[in-house]
Design a protein around this ligand. Structure first.
Ligand code: NAD
Length: 495
């Protein structure tokens, strides 16, 4: 898909490196990972399991085949031949400098060298790097496979073209790059978050609030707003019709009070640390990190789905990513009639599709047939963007589905599509899901061409009609399977 890298090197595979690995692999990018800790493969397996589970809920759009994962024993082996290097080692300047320098000597001359650092300046990180014009910060957020923000920050030597290229690669895997134009410690997001974190620590330190109370003060109020609008738009609305100037006049004086502790830091004495740890344990209430991660992921996905319906914030990023996945999976429009019958979908059945029977849930058969129809329409020039422009689309008005054999987790299936017939307004299709050569389910569908503003059936425009006709005649010689018998009508018939 566009700028999607073929392979990336990850240096460090902990919380952040593992999250990067999951995001890239699930977007079809090969990953070469260097981490000296022998437990790294185990940590990564857990992260990948979480991410697969999350993506199965996040989107119905078919994902590309997963990228391949290789662990390497050295930095040069990891970076050889990749399109992007992402360093996510512990937050120690010397360690990062050495790692990035080693990577710079072995990676391709134009390959972006990115650091996940939370706050170290790129110019500092580049001190020993060969070719510092390709070094930048790409600062992500945990969990990297779900949160789209990545802050980009170049150093004094960074070439803006490299920053742009890295941004395009991040965008291709569903992220939202935000360029920090001035090199500062902590960039934009951590500068804000640290201010909040410092105040949170003071509130607990001074006995004003518990860990739980501080978190409640965020999540029941401001935290909900922050998913769709930041501080500035929030306060503009809070100023009412009189607007931002009025808001500033009204609340400006309290800034002088001030309510906050500014940059004072509470001393992290053993007693204070004990308080925080004990209250945090009480808050977790026996839930393990793995349980908390899954709860967090499910709730984040629900928020992202909500935002998607409004085209707001990260929900708009999710829609854009889904469109690019569809476009990437669909053969180029107008590329002739293709295979006969069309082979539009090939994928592995994910474990998350299995119901209590250990078979694939019924709804997923319809999803696969729907995906095949979408892919066919995209091939006919009626992809999601074109539908919005053309004001016309096909609606499915009838589906007759026959199950032939059960599908299981891990099965690799294809969906083939045959055009059985077409006229000015109708398109009659037969889809077959097959495991290898074995048919597993089939569905006949009747699609009606609809003028979307009026919602009424309408004749296809001539160019679309010609493409449909070309497919129908290419498929005319194929065997036309007899309509599947209706088992229900047989039951109802007199003996
Ligand atoms: N945790 C977060 O929320 C977060 C968010 C954004 C950015 N970051 C940044 O990401 C980076 C990594 O943080 P993390 O939270 O993943 O830490 P982590 O401790 O979970 O992971 C660090 C990993 O680096 C590995 N490592 C140690 N020495 C190494 C070396 N020489 N070469 C390669 N790998 C090495 C460790 O074995 C470990 O797996 C830091 O720079 C941090 O500031 C963290």
């Amino acid at each position: 898909v566009g700028e999607r890298p073929g392979s990336v090197a990850l240096l460090g595979g902990g919380v952040i490196g593992g999250g990067w690995a999951a995001r890239f692999l699930l977007n079809g990018v090969d990953v070469r990972l260097y981490d000296p800790d022998p437990r790294a493969p185990e940590v990564l397996a857990g992260m990948l399991e979480n991410a697969r589970r999350a993506y199965a809920k996040l989107t119905l759009v078919p994902l590309p085949d997963e990228g391949e994962l290789h662990f390497t024993d050295t930095v040069p082996e990891a970076v050889a031949g990749v399109d992007l290097v992402q360093e996510s080692a512990p937050e120690r300047l010397e360690l990062k400098r050495e790692l990035l320098a080693a990577a710079s000597r072995a990676a391709g001359a134009s390959v972006p060298l990115c650091s996940s650092t939370s706050g170290l300046r790129p110019t500092e990180l580049a001190a020993e790097v060969t070719g510092p014009e390709r070094l930048l910060v790409g600062h992500p957020f945990n969990p990297v496979y779900l949160l789209p923000l990545v802050e980009l920050c170049g150093g004094r030597a960074t070439d803006p073209e490299v920053l742009e290229r890295a941004g395009a690669m991040y965008r291709s895997v569903g992220m939202e790059p935000l360029t920090v134009r001035t090199e500062i410690d902590g960039f934009i997001a951590d500068r804000l978050l640290e201010a909040l974190w410092r105040e949170a620590l003071w509130l607990v330190h001074d006995g004003v609030a518990t860990v739980q109370e501080v978190d409640d003060a965020i999540r029941y109020g401001a935290g909900l707003r922050w998913a769709l609008m930041g501080t500035f738009l929030t306060y503009r609305i809070a100023g009412g019709p009189a607007g931002m100037r009025h808001f500033m006049a009204h609340f400006g004086p309290t800034l002088q009070a001030p309510w906050t502790k500014l940059t004072d830091v509470p001393e992290l004495t053993p007693g204070f640390l004990d308080t925080i740890v004990a209250q945090s344990d009480a808050q977790a209430d026996g839930r393990s990190i793995a349980e908390l991660e899954r709860w967090r992921d499910d709730a984040l996905i629900a928020v992202l789905h909500g935002l998607r319906t409004q085209g707001a914030g990260a929900g708009a990023t999710l829609s854009r990513w889904e469109r690019s996945l569809r476009d990437g999976a669909a053969p180029a429009e107008g590329s002739g009639t293709g295979d006969i019958p069309l082979r539009l979908i090939a994928r592995e059945i994910p474990a998350a599709w299995i119901d209590y029977n250990e078979h694939v849930h019924e709804s997923r058969y319809l999803q696969l047939f729907g995906d095949a129809t979408d892919a066919l329409l995209t091939r006919l020039g009626l992809g999601p963007d074109a539908v919005a422009q053309a004001g016309a689309s096909f609606y499915t008005v009838e589906t007759r589905l026959n199950h032939l054999r059960p599908l299981l987790a891990g099965d690799r299936v294809t969906v083939t599509t045959q055009v059985l017939g077409a006229d000015d307004k109708r398109l009659h299709l037969l889809h077959v899901i097959a495991r290898g050569d074995e048919p597993v389910a089939r569905a006949e569908q009747m699609l009606l061409h609809v003028d979307t503003p009026s919602g009424r059936a309408a004749a296809m425009a001539a160019p679309l009609r010609a493409r449909v006709e070309a497919l129908a005649s290419a498929h005319a010689h194929l065997a036309r399977p007899a309509p599947a018998p209706s088992l229900a009508s047989r039951l109802a018939a007199p003996a």
